[in-house]
Design a protein around this ligand. Structure first.
Ligand SMILES: [Cu+2]
Length: 152
């Protein structure tokens, strides 16, 4: 008898966990939300900003990355790979954003960014340029749109 109930129980628990993960879990309180920060090994100072001010859920948009050396000098001709996801949900980005242009010295445009839900997202950059290869991770918390309580 027990064996017959187990598959149902497993499915039910998975569904409950999924719901909790996608709408109820709140981001850690001490999350570092700076949009300018040094890369992991301090090779670069990195800033990010959305090119259009509003970040709408489920809408493709673009970001600008500013890349500088320790003294603030712009870093040109970098190869930057973009990755990310939601650490609390165990999923990655819904799209594959990539750098499409160096707009000016040390300023790079990233196209194809999309966030598919509210909550805590990580945006991870893998940078390879004159000062070597280094990584940086930014935390973004996308708030629930007003008037949207989340759960139906
Ligand atoms: Cu998620």
């Amino acid at each position: 008898m027990f064996i017959r109930f187990r598959p149902y129980l497993a499915v039910h628990m998975a569904a409950t966990a999924l719901l909790a993960g996608c709408s109820l879990m709140s981001p850690p309180k001490d999350l570092d939300l700076r949009t300018t920060r040094p890369s992991l090994a301090n090779a670069y100072q990195v800033s990010i900003r959305p090119i259009d001010d509003d970040i709408e859920i489920n809408k493709i948009h673009s970001w600008e990355i500013q890349l500088a050396g320790a003294a603030g000098e712009p870093v040109r001709n970098a190869r930057i790979l973009v990755d990310g996801g939601m650490p609390q949900h165990g999923h990655g980005l819904p799209t594959k954003p990539r750098v499409t242009a160096e707009l000016a010295a040390g300023r790079y445009r990233v196209d194809g960014v999309k966030f598919s839900m509210t909550g805590w997202w990580e945006l991870k950059l893998d940078i390879d340029a004159g000062k070597g290869r280094d990584q940086v991770t930014f935390n973004l918390v996308l708030p629930q749109a007003s008037g949207n309580a989340g759960m139906p």
